[in-house]
Write a protein that binds this ligand. Structure first.
Ligand code: F6R
Length: 366
């Protein structure tokens, strides 16, 4: 049932090239320059008329929402707010009939997300679901939606659900950008082609497994860890930290790299591993200077870089190389080695990877 893997989590990490393809199958038509998603086409006017998009979710799904915020705003120029479902539902939020709410949930059963959806509906918003489990409560409660076709996710730590959520949300953002005319035609075509290449690039990113294992052996006993990223990869830093803490019980925090100097840099010493997501992208020079700041305080630097990188490589203690892609799609690749690192660290610490203590696969209580 684990398909020859030691754990469901590892199996699910390795399924990502194929499930990302399943997620865009029938939707992404790169050669024709088309994106076809019934849930979007049927409700296109609602999206086009939206004054803003509110994204509500919990945990890893909330991190996918943060990635989507950057993508929607960049591609479709629609203002986006991302909120924890638990905060949204209890704080008397402003919801207008011109709001489109996107609820993201792997299980489709998360109690807080479900309650937030009901609240948004009561106030007249149009609610669109991004779920993995077909027929789940959230998929039934929403007005329309798009499934991530990730297949059953058994490991409690969410992996393939995250990358397929980002895939679906990217498709939606691209379709809206096309309809709104906020992206020129050649960029649109370029993104479709880039997206189609993602599964094979994820497969390439999975080849970092041995490097990840070697690095895991060095840092498995660290009591703390920091994860840093900028732009599209800031949420990946949050997700990297969550993955580490939930399965290995190492205290980890994710930050936007530039926030370091506003406090967390005080934590840096020779015992602190700092995982930095530093692909060749916009503001690369900024992340290089962030790395220099950490290095000058003796922090240990483990960097996820684009293949062929030299600048970060010269500074870092360890590098993990991933293929190049466009900035907006990079989270689909940078996430992979961080999943592998957490997995190996947890295994080396003899933790129950698939069923970490105190956690349940779907959180149906408040
Ligand atoms: C983290 C994890 C949780 C879930 C969260 C939301 O690995 O699994 O943080 O992401 O409980 O669950 P769903 O997406 O089912 O609503």
């Amino acid at each position: 049932e684990k398909g020859g893997y030691d754990h469901f989590m590892l199996k699910e990490i390795y399924e990502q090239p194929s499930v990302i393809k399943d997620t865009y199958r029938g939707r992404l038509h790169a050669n024709e320059g088309l994106i076809k998603m019934a849930g979007i086409e049927d409700n296109l006017q609602k999206f086009l008329n939206a004054d803003r998009i509110l994204i509500i979710a919990c945990g890893t799904s909330w991190h996918a929402g943060l990635v989507a915020e950057y993508i929607f705003e960049e591609f479709a120029r629609i203002p986006v707010e991302v909120e924890y479902a638990s905060e949204f539902r209890y704080r008397n939020p402003i919801i207008r009939p011109t709001d489109v709410v996107i609820a993201i949930s792997q299980s489709g059963e998360t109690a807080d997300t479900l309650a937030a959806i009901k609240l948004a509906k009561e106030q007249g918003a149009f609610v669109f679901g991004v779920c993995n489990v077909v027929g789940s409560s959230i998929s039934r409660e929403t007005h329309a939606g798009a499934y991530t076709h990730a297949g059953p996710e058994i490991g409690v730590a969410s992996t393939k659900a995250f990358t397929t959520q980002i895939t679906v949300l990217t498709l939606i953002a691209l379709r809206l950008a096309q309809a709104k005319g906020t992206m020129n035609n050649s960029d649109f075509h370029r993104y479709l082609q880039e997206l189609e290449l993602i599964p094979e690039k994820v497969a390439e990113a999975l080849e970092t497994n041995l490097v990840a294992q070697t690095i895991a052996a060095v840092y498995k006993d660290a009591p703390n860890a920091l994860y840093l990223g900028r732009g599209y990869n800031f949420p990946v830093a949050l997700e990297g930290a969550l993955k580490l803490k939930e399965i290995s019980y190492i205290h980890a925090e994710g930050y936007p790299a530039a926030e370091m100097k506003h406090g967390p840099i005080a934590l840096i010493d020779e015992h602190m591993p700092v995982f930095i997501i530093a692909p060749q992208q916009e503001h690369y020079d900024k992340i290089v200077s962030n790395i220099q700041e950490i290095k000058s305080r003796s922090g240990k630097i483990i960097a996820v870089v684009t293949k062929g990188d030299t600048q970060v490589k010269a500074l870092a203690d360890h590098v993990i190389e991933i293929p190049a892609t466009s900035d907006a799609l990079s989270p689909l690749l940078t996430t992979i080695p961080l999943q592998l690192l957490s997995y190996h660290i947890a295994v080396m610490r003899e933790c129950n990877v698939d069923q970490p203590r105190n956690l349940a696969k779907s959180v149906t209580v408040e």
